[in-house]
Design a protein around this ligand. Structure first.
Ligand code: GH3
Ligand code: MG
Ligand code: MG
Ligand code: MG
Length: 305
């Protein structure tokens, strides 16, 4: 990607919805220099374009032929994939009841026509800044800062949806719990910062190994990681665990304090079960943890399942 397309990739996207082209032109003139703009001239089209382009903000007319702006807003807020997109009504309807209705439907702002370009530009900038901040915080809340992997909160959510999706009933779900061997000793030998770098490298090796598999990888805590594998039975999960072990071995990170090998190794516990209604995600975690304990007890640097 070159610099120019990178710059445009980072620009916020605004969807302008208005049935009158002259209104679209006025709004475009106010915002077109600073944002990527997409348009829709009806409510139905607005919902379609919103799904396709996932805009950062929607400027929404109320009075349109066909679906009215209020209904568009309501539908956006009902759709989990679109509900977080801020909506600003831009409308000729200036009375109190309409404004209250718009705001109570979940719009963050209500701007009446005729549009004052400078006011619109400043309101939009404030709302876009808030939206981008919210997106960053939302991502941080589910990301492990050291490794960039999903964190435990995200893993719990992913696992819970994998188990509770009715369509997944009767299909396999596996979990691999992974723990670095003698890691306390690693820190004691090489220092905590080198320990951090080691965890980062192990995380990258896990991601590489998981590229061939469909599933999620997370840092479960400290020097523990977990892979969730929807659709994998025990045999497949054991194969993937083998790939993970190979990838971590290829890192060849020296570990003179280890009692198993002179390089960093991991132990893994694998658990697989068919998904049935009412099953708890904790079942998989506990079962994989028990296998991990057995792998440790059997001498580490191995996989039990
Ligand atoms: P075992 O083979 O039984 O797993 O032994 P272990 O030493 O790996 O296990 P233990 O649970 O005793 O120690 C885990 C160590 O991981 C202790 C802790 O200081 C270290 N650790 C946890 N989180 C981090 C981290 O974010 N960075 C670094 N550098 N070390 C961490
Ligand atoms: Mg209109
Ligand atoms: Mg541990
Ligand atoms: Mg350990």
């Amino acid at each position: 990607m070159n610099d120019l397309s990178q710059a445009s990739a980072n620009r916020a996207v605004i969807l302008i919805v208005d049935d009158e082209i002259s209104n679209v032109e006025i709004i475009y003139a106010a915002l077109g220099d600073d944002y990527e703009i997409s348009f829709a001239t009806s409510g139905e089209e607005a919902l379609e374009v919103a799904r396709l382009t996932q805009p950062d903000l929607v400027l929404l007319d109320v009075v349109m032929p066909g679906m009215q702006g209020f209904e568009v807003c309501q539908r956006l807020k009902e759709d989990p994939l679109l509900a977080d997109i801020p909506v600003i009504f831009t409308t000729g309807l200036g009375n109190v009841e309409d404004e209250v209705r718009g705001l109570s439907l979940g719009a963050i702002d209500y701007v009446t026509k005729p549009i004052q370009p400078m006011i619109l530009r400043n309101r939009v900038r404030n709302h876009i800044e808030l939206k981008q901040l919210r997106d960053r915080l939302a991502l941080m809340a589910v990301t492990d800062a050291l490794t960039g992997l999903h964190n435990r909160r995200k893993l719990d959510g992913l696992l819970s949806s994998a188990v509770n999706t009715p369509a997944a009933e009767g299909s396999w779900l596996s979990i691999i719990m992974i723990d670095v061997d003698f890691f306390k000793q690693f820190n004691d030998t090489y220092g905590h910062e080198t320990g951090d770098r080691c965890l980062h490298m192990v995380a990258s090796a896990l991601s590489r190994a998981m590229r061939q598999a469909s599933g999620y990888t997370a840092r479960y805590g400290g020097e523990e990681f977990a892979c969730v594998l929807p659709g994998s039975d025990l045999e497949r999960a054991m194969e993937i665990a083998g790939d993970i072990r190979r990838h971590v071995g290829q890192l060849a990170i020296p570990h003179e304090g280890s009692q198993v090998q002179p390089y960093v190794t991991i132990s893994m516990g694998v658990a697989a079960a068919l998904i049935r209604a009412g099953m708890q995600p904790g079942l998989w975690i506990r079962a994989a943890d028990q296998q991990l304990y057995l792998a440790k007890a059997a001498g580490r640097d191995q996989i039990k399942g």
